[in-house]
Design a protein around this ligand. Structure first.
Ligand SMILES: [Cu+2]
Length: 510
């Protein structure tokens, strides 16, 4: 691999160039086989998920304390099936409370796993999840207020595959771990002991934590052996804050076939894609030329000073947090690599022209409009303000830092912020200031209608539960699941430091 500038951000490159540097005792060695999480089918009997503390081998020669669900880091891929009841049993073997939120599943708030549903140390939780939604890639993660960022960072997350046995077969690769790969992409940092490093400095909280090392399924820049044919990649950005700008090193065309809420009507040809925190994208990649290739990402670029808010695509100057500073295009880095193997049979050789079973948006006309302003500032902005006066204002002198809020109010677990009527479609106008914020709504898939006044074609965006808001986004939201005052649903920024810091609100559905 050598000392390519793509090996990773500046810190890693320095390590490779000077292995004697005392600060970094353990090497990040790319190219380990891609770990494939075990597949646990939640269709039938209760299946136990244990939140545990484990030890992982992420760096050469180091042991890294981590958290996981039934494994040392991350958790199994859970498969649920439309029309059936999934019965996970979550056991908390840790000394701190956890929750398990089913991100992307359309289930009632009482089983959604939000911050009101803490599982105490030693306790267990037995939700019944009636699955009734299109096939998609979802995920699960802990969602304890003020602890989400740390707990997900330590490893409390995993992927969910929703199957829809009643829908027509779209003709896509579907053998888990063979030609249908779950890829949980996360950036992490390590201290001199090889332990996961995390900073809760104000700078980190405001920008979101960004590490200097990329893990895929818990391995540093791994290599996947794949059939020399069509392969489906289920990409989940499980990072706390980093936005990836993904492309293949040879700039090959690939096809997006699904977004958060399920299949797109037909494959969309791309040469790059942007994946913000908590978003999922399914792509089909053609490895039939059998050439090894790397998947790369450009720099995140989502900083308050970078002026990225109104930008498109590659935002701002590409500066990351200071320890990982890597300017401009030199900040491009390897995420993982693929080694096609002609001895592995490819089950699917032709990309379908249309994707049978894709959901159709049927949200209808909105009955009301709500405005949500994702605020970063010193507070005092009125409820419902669109934040126009704050746009592009920057954090001058740093003196304004402190408040993360929505409509001027920081999260309060005892306050309901919005009251929705079950089954009613609403238009939400979501605005963001200072940075781009990935906005998530629990319990539903929404349709993005426009961004900054430009209409968004459904054919390329599909149904979403996270949308990166840069400026202003207009979405159509309908929630069909109930939520009471006692256990409301949530909407929030999915930069986990922003979520923990108060950029979150609660809503009931009656
Ligand atoms: Cu945010």
């Amino acid at each position: 691999m050598g000392l390519s500038r793509r090996t990773f951000l500046a810190g890693t490159a320095a390590l490779v160039a000077a292995p004697a540097l005392a600060k970094r005792s353990f090497a990040r060695e790319p190219g380990a086989p891609l770990p494939i999480p075990s597949l646990v089918d939640l269709k039938s009997d209760p299946q136990v998920l244990e939140a545990i503390a484990g030890k992982s081998s992420m760096l050469a020669g180091a042991t890294t304390p981590t958290l996981g669900y039934s494994q040392p880091y991350l958790g199994p891929t859970l498969r649920v099936s439309r029309g059936s009841i999934a019965r996970p049993k979550v056991l908390n073997r840790l000394s701190q409370p956890v929750t398990t939120h089913w991100h992307g599943l359309h289930v009632p708030a009482i089983v959604d796993g939000g911050p009101k549903l803490e599982i105490a140390p030693g306790a267990s939780w037995d939700p019944e999840l009636l699955i009734d939604q299109p096939a998609c890639t979802a995920w699960y993660h802990s969602h304890v207020h003020h602890r989400t960022a740390q707990q997900v960072y330590q490893g409390l997350a995993g992927m969910i595959i929703v199957d829809d046995p009643g829908a027509p077969d779209p003709g896509l690769p579907k053998t888990h771990g063979v030609d249908d790969l779950p890829l949980v992409i996360q950036d992490r940092a390590f201290d001199s002991d090889g332990h996961l490093a995390y900073s809760s400095r104000r700078h980190t909280m405001m920008h979101g934590f960004k590490g200097d090392t990329v893990l895929v399924n818990g391995a540093v820049t791994p290599k996947a052996s794949v059939p020399a044919g069509l392969v489906r990649l289920r990409l989940l950005n499980g990072s706390n804050a980093r936005i990836y700008h993904l492309r293949f090193a040879d700039d090959r065309t690939f096809h997006q076939v699904a977004s958060d809420g399920g299949l797109l009507p037909k494959p969309v040809a791309l040469t790059s894609l942007r994946l913000s925190p908590a978003e999922r994208v399914e792509i089909i990649v053609d490895f039939s030329n059998a050439s090894p290739v790397s998947l790369l990402s450009g720099p995140d670029g989502n900083t308050m000073m970078g002026g990225g808010m109104m930008g498109r695509g590659m935002m701002g100057g590409g500066s990351d947090n200071p320890p990982q500073a890597a300017g401009g295009t030199e900040g491009e880095f390897d995420v993982m690599s693929f080694a096609p193997d002609r001895n592995k049979p490819a089950a699917v050789s032709t990309l379908p022209a249309a994707l049978a079973g894709a959901p159709t948006p049927n949200l209808g006309d909105p009955v009301r409009t709500r405005r949500l302003s994702l605020d970063m500032h010193g507070g005092g902005m009125g409820r419902g303000s669109m934040g126009g006066g704050m746009r592009g204002g920057g954090m001058r002198g740093g003196g304004m830092m402190g408040e993360l809020a929505i409509n001027g109010r920081a999260f309060d677990i005892d306050r309901v912020d919005q009251e929705l009527k079950r089954g009613e479609t609403e238009r939400w106008v979501v605005s963001a200031n200072m940075m781009a914020h990935p906005f998530h709504v629990h319990a539903t898939s929404f349709q993005v209608m426009s961004q900054n006044g430009q209409s968004v074609p459904y054919e390329t965006m599909g149904l979403k539960d996270v949308v990166l808001v840069q400026g202003e986004a207009e979405i159509l939201v309908r929630v069909d699941q109930p939520a009471s005052d006692a256990v409301p649903f949530l909407y929030h920024c999915h930069i986990l430091e922003h979520e923990d810091g108060g950029m979150m609100g609660q809503f009931t559905v009656s």
